[in-house]
Design a protein around this ligand. Sequence first.
Ligand code: ATP
Ligand code: MG
Length: 252
Amino acid sequence: MVDKITIENLSLQYSDGTESLRGVTMGIRQNAVTVLFGPAGGGKSTLLRCLNRLNDLTEIKSSTGRILIDGENILDPKTDVIALRRKVGMVFARPVPLPMSIRANITYALELAGEKRRSKLDEAVERSLKLAAIWEEVKDRLNDPAVALSGGQQQRICLARVIALQPQIILLDEPTSGLDPISTGKVEAALLELKKEYTVILVPHSIQQAARTADHAAFFLTGELIEYAEGRQMFTTPKQKKTEDYIMGRFG
Ligand SMILES: Nc1ncnc2c1ncn2[C@@H]1O[C@H](COP(=O)(O)OP(=O)(O)OP(=O)(O)O)[C@@H](O)[C@H]1O
Ligand SMILES: [Mg+2]
């Protein structure tokens, strides 16, 4: 198995002095779901945002270390951030579909990027919606507005929108936090499909979800990577006392 991403000694301090990541070093596997979990404020979202340089938009005092994707340090100032964000797609907690049809939600960015061929666009729509596990539910009403769908469906539309851009890495920050258990199950099923083609990094909304989805799991506490292990091992026999206490619900 290959590491798609190598994080080396990554530290980050926001401008108010908050030290959100401290010397994080880890490799992230290709074709696997890697879960980042731990209590609030641990740095999980901060780390995700580093991976596609969304933190560029936030006030940061200092950041040190390296993040290599396919061997290239994406924190280098010379990095083409637009290209990086195409390669590293992100799905957020609250689904925000574009105020357009279901179909246009998928084709919009592709058309902006210059794709005009109807057949290519149709192909992308079907492929992305299938991978996001929503095709069957919407295939007969692709021209309906996406905002009229349920929250769970909207979230899968947002996932499909990311997939349509053919990223290599997909980041998901608590993508099911607002969803009912059935929609949550569908998103989790989509992740299983996605990892066959992509590198998936998920911040789960619960320990149960972490345990269900993780091939590899990383436990973060106040900016530090406390433990990193294969998913099954992490959630049955964690090595660190702090990890065990957290998994057992002894602190939140
Ligand atoms: N834009 C920001 N400016 C200043 N401090 C921030 C900013 N974003 C996050 N922080 C701080 O950085 C630390 C890590 O936050 P982060 O959002 O990465 O944690 P998290 O693990 O994702 O937490 P949660 O589970 O609540 O989503 C926290 O102390 C938080 O207050
Ligand atoms: Mg977060």
